[in-house]
Design a protein around this ligand. Structure first.
Ligand code: IMP
Ligand code: MG
Length: 189
């Protein structure tokens, strides 16, 4: 995979807090399209309900659903596990719950990044208790070697080193979600 200097791609307004490009905008675009094609094939007979985990997965969800050639439905959940810090607290709080019933639905959780895995572990138990027909995960990023809870992820966009990253939905203190590429963050927290 290409590594670019942030100078090549970075908006001037964010340059002083960004380190290296971890995943370029083109790499994101191409991989999200591939994932959409895989999901189209795997769920051809049973279009899934896509559950976006706000806010970090919003960019990913918007692109992924448009790469799936099936009549999918979507819904949103918001959970909070980090507060304003860059390390997980291990405490997961449901900030916004789903509007739809999961009974007998094929549910695909769309998540931005799996770090410790605590958030996803909690979500799986929480949503699994509503008796969906199936419950799988599509994560854009998987942090290598960081999982404190074993995870089986049906779809993963990229495995990345454990550095804190921002862009394409990922934030620090709610900022930098609107960058098209994914960068390491080197500014103050
Ligand atoms: P986990 O519970 O430790 O797996 O953390 C998952 C959540 O923490 C993700 O859904 C993100 O919201 C947030 N998170 C973890 N790593 C990063 C990062 O590198 N940048 C921004 N947010 C992150
Ligand atoms: Mg998140």
């Amino acid at each position: 995979m290409d590594r670019h200097s942030p100078d090549d791609f970075t908006a001037a307004w964010a340059k002083n807090v960004l380190g290296d490009v971890v995943v370029s905008a083109k790499e994101v675009h191409d991989r999200v399209h591939e994932l959409g094609q895989e999901i189209t094939k795997d769920y051809a007979t049973n279009p899934p309900l896509l559950v976006c985990v706000l806010k970090g997965a919003v960019n990913f969800m918007a692109d992924l659903m448009r790469s799936i050639e099936l009549p999918v439905e979507i819904d949103f959940m918001a959970v909070s596990s980090y507060g304003a810090a860059t390390k997980t607290s291990g405490v997961v709080r449901i900030v916004k719950d789903l509007d739809v019933d999961l009974l007998d639905r094929d549910v695909l959780i769309v998540e931005d990044v799996v770090d410790s895995g605590l958030t996803l572990n909690y979500l799986r138990q929480y949503l699994g208790a509503r008796n969906p027909a199936s419950l799988e995960v599509c994560a854009l990023l998987l942090k290598e070697g960081e999982q404190r809870v074993a995870q089986s992820l049906k779809y993963v966009g990229f495995s990345i080193p454990s550095d804190f990253v921002v862009g394409y939905g990922l934030d620090v203190n709610q900022r930098y979600r609107n960058l098209d590429a994914i960068y390491t963050y080197v500014g103050d927290v």
